[in-house]
Write a protein that binds this ligand. Structure first.
Ligand SMILES: Cc1cc2nc3c(=O)[nH]c(=O)nc-3n(C[C@H](O)[C@H](O)[C@H](O)COP(=O)(O)O)c2cc1C
Length: 115
């Protein structure tokens, strides 16, 4: 399952594209009621907020159980400036590496070919 957070639609559009490509489903982090996440693969898609993972997504990660052995991955959209080496995946995010062993980073460029 791909869990997403999106306010203006960029991360939702990305989650939808990814779901179509992977044959997976999507679910909003704000509407997920189950405390255990679904799937052999768990995706997280969200915007970068202030160079970090949005607080509600951080809460979501902390408060949900990831299925045993699940492949966990994350994709973040951003406005202009990827936070770089001091960004979400290398600062606060890495502190939760035990929770998200599969987390990585992908830079999305406006000029990148669409998937
Ligand atoms: C409160 C807030 C903080 C943001 N902080 C950053 C930032 O630090 N770096 C950046 O590149 N974009 C930043 N953005 C832009 C969003 O990451 C970008 O527009 C994203 O694609 C929005 O995703 P969404 O349409 O799924 O909500 C910020 C946007 C908001 C609303």
């Amino acid at each position: 399952m791909i869990y997403y957070f999106s306010t203006t639609g960029n991360s939702l559009a990305l989650a939808r594209k990814l779901a179509a490509a992977l044959g997976d489903g999507i679910c909003s982090v704000t509407r997920t009621r189950e405390k255990t996440l679904e799937g052999p693969a768990v995706g997280l898609v969200f915007p970068v907020y202030y160079g970090d993972v949005p607080a509600n997504v951080q809460d979501f990660v902390r408060s949900h159980a990831f299925p045993e052995g699940a492949y966990v991955y994350a994709l973040a959209t951003c406005g202009s400036t990827w936070a770089g080496p001091s960004g979400p995946f290398s600062s606060s995010w890495e502190k939760r590496a035990a929770i998200l062993p599969g987390a990585g980073q992908y830079r999305l460029s406006p000029t990148a070919p669409s998937a």
